[in-house]
Structures are given as structure tokens and as C-alpha cells.
Design a protein. Structure first.
Length: 64
């Protein structure tokens, strides 16, 4: 009976370790996706700012 309890504890520990590893992997994936979204947003904002600056230069050139 004692051997069964030891093996049962070992199995529980293995399952807990697997669950922890899966959670860590999912957390890493979520962080990576978040960074990708932030990078894409930053690029969009940068393009918009560049377009606004170009329009301002064009308007200034026409005014002169």
C-alpha cells in the first residue's frame, strides 16, 4: 500500500509539473503576441505621423 501511495504522489507531481510547464508556455505565447501587437500598433502610428508630417510640409510649401 505504501508503494502505491508513493507512485500516486509521483504521478500527481508529474501532472503538476506538466500543468506548470503548459501554463508557462501559454504565458510566453501570450506575451509574444502582445509584443507583436504593440509593434504593429507602433508601426501604424509611426506611418500616420510620417504622413501627417508630409502633409504639413506640403501645405507649407504651397503656402510659400
Amino acid at each position: 500500500m505504501k508503494l502505491f501511495r508513493i507512485r500516486s504522489n509521483e504521478m500527481n507531481t508529474m501532472h503538476e509539473d506538466l500543468a506548470r510547464a503548459q501554463m508557462a508556455a501559454r504565458l510566453g505565447e501570450a506575451q509574444q503576441m502582445r509584443r507583436g501587437h504593440q509593434l504593429a500598433r507602433a508601426r501604424r502610428l509611426s506611418r500616420k505621423a510620417e504622413q501627417a508630417a508630409q502633409l504639413a510640409r506640403l501645405a507649407l510649401a504651397r503656402a510659400l
